[in-house]
Design a protein around this ligand. Structure first.
Ligand code: GLA
Length: 394
């Protein structure tokens, strides 16, 4: 995708800080193709890194201070990792501070920095703008030593920043796929073993991301509420079924046997996780076989399960999914990310993608009375450190 909205981040750095950037830390956003709300249940997910990315032009500082300007927010913040007062930092800067703190916990002293941040990842839309920012900050703090940190550790450091220092109890999917993503591939990840394999994304297909333009405030509280409901299901099932550690180990007959003691809502949350894990396996097989019709059908089934059983969709996401149905070249559509607003992802025939996106925007506008922004993407590469003049691949 062309990111002609992007400014040259190294030039912007030089103008702001009066010296040259030494490098640019680049981390993509991610789209989850299938496997939603399964990562924090030790389940399976199949996301892909995007060719939309956060770029941080930076130069180290000797005094340990961090001076970071966000082009997204239009604000500059200055702090030192160890002595920063959390409550004095604006919310967006907590992610950067949290990454430094999480590196310190790992026994690694992050470098002080001057840093200029810009991004083409839509903010708060379910495409992991936060995780993308965290991973890019971690790479900037490590500079040219960033590869000394194992890739899995890099993902863990970024997730820790969000869990402990920002306070969002996200799973590992976002940070993992941003670090391990590979161009033209989806990442099939087992969130228990943290082992993954790359699956080639079919040449004939494209993904269309459509932003509903709504972000419901319920998002974060709803996310944590769902985690608690899954934890309740886990505790009942693991204490009464031998060999069950959590929902990952439960099949539908086992769940049916416990329906009465779980209660309706918790039963449905568990049903979503169990059926979604099965869909991820089937989707991986369909993608490997290039069976776009089957892959798309699984994505559409995933949406229904998220809507009806997990209850994390919203009217606008449902309208977008309904608007996509029946358009030429369309195989399937679902909400992507945590839910309660944000984006949908559609699997489409590559040659129909532009026409599909246009028709989808029109239908959504007519049905929801809202403008949708659409983006045609293919899976992009994982996070990296680039020379200031080598960043323009997006
Ligand atoms: C958010 C979280 C992820 C994952 C998804 C839902 O994106 O950051 O860890 O739980 O929601 O699948």
């Amino acid at each position: 995708m062309q990111s002609d909205c992007c400014i040259d981040v190294a030039d912007a750095f030089a103008k702001r800080f009066g010296r040259a950037a030494v490098a640019v830390a680049v981390a993509p956003g991610r789209v989850n193709i299938i496997g939603e709300h399964t990562d924090y249940n030790d389940g399976f997910v199949m996301p892909a890194a995007l060719d939309l990315e956060t770029r941080i032009a930076f130069a180290p500082r000797d005094d340990g201070a961090v001076r970071i300007y966000s082009d997204v927010v239009g604000e500059e913040v200055q702090f030192a990792f160890e002595s920063a007062a959390r409550e004095k930092l604006p919310f967006w800067a907590l992610y950067a501070w949290g990454v430094g703190m999480s590196l310190l916990e790992r026994g690694i002293t992050p470098s002080g920095l001057d840093a200029y941040v810009e991004t083409s990842v839509p903010q708060g839309g379910g495409l992991s703008s936060s995780a993308s920012f965290e991973v890019a900050v971690a790479i900037a703090c490590l500079g040219d030593k960033w590869t000394a940190l194992d890739k899995l550790d890099l993902a863990r450091v970024a997730r820790r920043a969000e869990n402990r220092y920002v306070g969002t109890q996200c799973g590992i999917m976002d940070q993992y796929s941003i670090v391990f993503g590979a161009e033209g591939h989806a990442v099939m990840l087992d969130c228990r073993s943290l082992e993954s394999r790359l699956i080639s994304f079919p040449e004939a297909a494209a993904l269309v991301i459509a932003d509903t333009s709504v972000r419901h405030v319920l998002g974060e509280s709803g996310y944590h509420e769902r985690q608690e409901e899954c934890a309740r299901a886990n505790s009942v099932l693991s204490s009464s079924l031998p060999g069950v550690k959590n929902l990952r180990d439960v099949n539908m007959p086992m769940l049916e046997g416990k329906k009465n003691i779980l209660g309706d809502a918790v039963y449905r949350r568990a049903r979503h996780v169990i059926t979604e894990n099965a869909r991820v396996h089937e989707a991986a097989a369909a993608m490997t076989a290039g069976d776009l019709a089957r892959l798309g059908a699984l994505m559409s089934e995933s949406h229904l399960s998220l809507r009806d059983d997990f209850e994390v969709s919203c009217r606008e996401l449902d309208v977008m999914v309904e608007s996509a149905a029946g358009l030429p070249g369309h195989f399937g559509t679902r909400m992507t990310g945590g839910g309660f607003g944000g984006c949908t992802v559609s699997l489409v025939d590559k040659s129909s993608a532009a026409a599909f996106a246009g028709a989808l925007r029109e239908r959504y506008q007519a049905a929801a009375r809202l403008q949708a922004a659409t983006t045609i993407v293919r899976p992009g590469g994982g996070a990296r450190l680039a020379k200031p003049r080598e960043t323009g691949n997006a």
